[in-house]
Design a protein around this ligand. Structure first.
Ligand code: NAD
Length: 536
């Protein structure tokens, strides 16, 4: 059975049909031996159940995907791209239902749900446009042009396993799947057990867009059971989640000698330089820190402000934060700015970080309170100052609406403080001089640095790679790097003169001398480089 006895009250606040979640749950293959309850964070009530997948279920799904992949890869890449582009259109068309499901499962506010949904059509159109070029054969320089040539072909790796977290279950289930599919792979997605329904609705839309059955499979279940079973069966793993789980995934992928990308946690810094416009920087900081109630891997959790601007910045930032409204409604008027945390564990984590900071001497400039009157897991956007550098909130990812602010004497100290972290995902730099902002950005050890913006300009630049350094992960999504990871290059080298060895009747010593002369010529003569280009 996929639904609780009577549909929970919260479902009636959405436009979802009463049996919609049950229908989505039925899409998942499962031996029916176990189920997982899915709860709505806004009310902490059960909204339905999904199959608790087993190793056997993963086996069936991956086998199905493997069978479907060959036919999919045989289709012209333009056809594959057109299907994914159509899927992007469908996501836009059916956004009302996707938004309801997304809010229901995550408790996020409507505005943040919209931001997430819009990401999918953008990624689809980017890879539909650029994907075909990535899989085309390429001529490369041969060993001894024009006597030999080299050509590289790009084949899909096979079946890609995508493991996604709960915080952005639409974006993070698809942003890695879309290029994998266009490259000719099949995908088996394991969404987080807290947010499976929206992933299942997306699978349905992919099918409606024309994706053949089996090419995109969804397996639901507990991470430590389904995750390892998936990694043991696929040819590549695109993982997004915590650093702790990322290390487990990397170890297993390493043992299996399969490649993986790991998009992990962050403790992202935001730097306000002394020539920044304080009001603009404060507005940016609100977005950087409190989007999705801070449950965003790119969210800023540490702010370093030039001393000369510190008081003015704090006034503006605290003022703008206090004006944010909290809410968990299916708010078609977009009235709530910030929604709920995902569950009680996340609330405990946020509360303990703030309590630990206060015990170590930190002051609360605003927020710092659980708000059960709004929702069981709602927590006020919180700004801390005088945070001890070794307190939990200063070192560990909070993944909630909590940020510390600290004055710094100059840009060099801001950079030093920003880099004082094991993580390196995203940073934000604010300056009245964009060149200066970019110069500071170059000094920050993060995979992405946004100048005069919180994170949107970096994430939404789908053409540019995105990922982390240090404890924030390995590999990159987006851009050509985001599709190349799913392709296996094969070099086909051809000789026009038979074996590259001493021809019959030529003594080895002559041949060796000839090769030495040829090597010298190749290294020195510009004309040879020209010839190489011509031969390619
Ligand atoms: P998590 O690591 O607990 O779970 C992520 C996914 O991994 C889930 O689907 C889970 O079921 C699965 N999983 C759990 N154990 C597994 C195992 N042993 N093997 C394989 N899979 C397993 O992370 P979370 O708490 O759900 O997500 C929050 C974290 O994700 C935060 O640290 C956040 O910063 C990070 N995150 C990073 C990015 C990024 O792009 N870098 C984006 C979003 C979230």
């Amino acid at each position: 059975m996929a639904l609780t006895e009577s549909p929970p009250e919260i479902l009636s606040e959405t436009n979802l049909a009463p049996d919609r979640l049950a229908a989505l749950s039925e899409r998942v293959a499962g031996d029916g031996t176990g189920t997982i309850a899915v709860r709505a964070p806004a009310t902490d009530t059960e909204i339905g159940t999904i199959p608790a997948g087993t190793e056997r279920d993963v086996d069936v799904d991956v086998e199905r995907a493997r069978e479907a992949q060959t036919g999919w890869a045989d289709r012209p890449v333009e056809e594959r791209a057109a299907i994914l582009d159509r899927f992007g259109d469908l996501v836009l068309e059916r956004r009302a239902e996707l938004l309801d499901l997304l809010q229901l499962e995550t408790g996020k506010s409507r505005n943040h749900a919209v931001e997430e949904i819009l990401d999918v059509p953008l990624t689809c159109s980017y890879y539909a446009d650029r994907g075909p070029a990535a899989v085309e054969d390429e001529r490369r320089r041969g060993a001894f042009p024009p006597a030999t040539t080299a050509r590289v072909t790009y084949d899909p790796v096979g079946v890609v396993g995508v493991i996604s977290p709960w915080n952005y279950p639409v974006t993070l289930s698809l942003t890695d799947a879309i290029p994998a599919l266009i490259a000719g792979n099949a995908v088996v997605l394991k969404p987080d057990e807290k947010t499976p329904f929206v992933a299942l609705a997306l699978a349905e839309l992919l099918e409606q867009a024309g994706l053949p059955p089996g090419v995109f499979e969804v397996v639901t279940g507990q991470g430590p059971i389904v995750g390892p079973a998936l990694i043991d069966r696929v040819d590549y793993v695109a993982f997004t989640g915590s650093t702790e789980t990322g290390r487990i995934v990397a170890e297993q992928a390493g043992r299996n000698l399969i490649d993986c990308s790991l998009e992990l946690g962050g403790k992202n810094p935001l730097v306000v330089l002394d020539d920044a416009d304080v009001e603009t920087a404060a507005r940016g900081a609100v977005q950087a820190c409190f989007t999705n109630a801070g449950q965003l891997c790119l969210a800023a959790e540490r702010i370093y402000v030039a001393e000369s601007l510190y008081d003015d910045f704090c006034d503006a930032f605290v003022g703008a934060t206090r004006r944010l409204s909290l809410g968990t409604d299916f708010d078609f008027d977009f009235e709530a700015d910030v929604g709920s945390l995902i569950d009680g564990d996340q609330l405990d984590r946020v509360e303990s970080h703030v309590e630990n900071a206060i015990e170590s001497g930190a002051s609360v400039l605003t927020g710092g309170r659980h708000r059960p009157d709004v929702g069981p897991f709602c927590y006020e956007p919180t700004i801390l100052t005088d945070v001890e550098p070794d307190s939990t909130v200063a070192c560990e990812e909070t993944f909630g609406p909590v940020v510390s602010v600290e004055p710094v004497p100059d840009a060099a100290t801001a950079i030093e403080r920003a880099n004082d972290s094991d993580y390196g995902l995203n940073a934000s730099v604010w300056s009245g001089d964009r060149d200066r902002g970019r110069a500071v950005a170059r000094e920050i050890d993060c995979g992405t640095v946004c100048v005069n913006d919180a994170y949107v300009s970096g994430w939404a630049a789908v053409d540019a790679p995105m990922g982390g350094v240090g404890d924030s992960g390995l590999g990159r999504r987006h851009g050509r790097e985001g599709i190349e990871r799913y392709l296996e290059p094969r070099t086909i080298a051809t000789s026009r003169i038979g074996p590259l060895d001493a021809p019959p009747g030529i003594p080895d010593s002559w041949y060796a001398r000839g090769m030495i002369a040829l090597t010298r010529l190749q290294r020195r003569l510009p004309i040879v480089s020209g010839l190489r280009r011509w031969v390619r």
